[in-house]
Unconditional design. Structure first.
Length: 237
């Protein structure tokens, strides 16, 4: 895998113009971009079409969580957009996860070309106390392992989890799945609203197949140099 494909830059902006500006500023330093709720809500699917038409890989991070038929329908439409990966919430349960995987497979043409369905375990903004408040007993790691087991058993191609849980997830389930880790910050960078953050080197060493980085690149005076810096850090594991 091209090392650049392991870095997913979050396009957490409010307009297609801002997204194009950031992608242009990054240039060839990266090829993979995350489109999340903010940008998708502002601009709709056209922003995804523009990225794929420009030869960029897209991680559609809308975290689908609904009844199986609704999620299956949404995944089918996302597959038509040509995204490479998308997210669903593992807590939606086995029926929903299977519907997502089936829709991705049936709508993507050749089996090997199916969009990858990734199940979100525990949001990186949450800690043990937050889980307890919503009725989930045990630690974040316990919940991440529990939900990952369900997701992988029901055919998901990978999971989304903090790199703080990545090592244990790899030890439990092996290496034959994608493990995307948000909440990644260079050493010394502010954590923002992320509660469980790690450095790029720590994430890769723990077993991440991909890392998601937003503000350290988006807010940099030279986004291309910032992306290259993250890539260099990823090699220090």
């Amino acid at each position: 895998m091209d090392q650049r494909e392991r870095l997913i830059i979050a396009l957490d902006v409010s307009s297609a113009a801002e997204a194009r500006k950031l992608v242009s500023a990054v240039g060839e330093s990266a090829v993979f971009y995350k489109v999340g709720k903010q940008l998708f809500t502002a601009e709709g699917p056209q922003v995804v079409r523009d990225l794929t038409a420009a030869g960029k890989k897209v991680f559609l991070d809308l975290k689908y969580h609904d009844i199986p038929s609704t999620v299956g329908g949404a995944v089918a439409e996302a597959a038509k957009l040509g995204v490479d990966m998308l997210t669903v919430h593992a807590s939606g349960g086995g029926k929903m996860l299977r519907a997502a995987v089936d829709a991705a497979r049936s709508r993507s043409g050749m089996p090997g070309m199916a969009v990858k369905v990734l199940a979100v375990t525990v949001l990186t903004s949450m800690e043990d106390d937050d889980l307890e408040k919503i009725g989930v007993r045990g630690h974040v790691l316990d919940q991440a392992l529990r939900l990952a087991a369900i997701a992988l058993a029901d055919g998901c191609h990978g999971i989304v989890a903090s790199a703080r849980e990545a090592r244990q997830l790899r030890a439990e389930f092996g290496r034959d799945f994608l493990l995307v880790t948000p909440g990644v910050r260079s050493a010394g960078s502010p954590a923002g609203d992320q509660a469980r953050v790690v450095t790029p080197a720590e994430a890769i060493a723990a077993g991440a197949s991909h890392i998601v980085v937003g503000r350290p690149i988006k807010d940099a005076s030279d986004p291309a140099a910032a992306a290259r810096g993250i890539l260099a850090e990823m090699l220090l594991n």
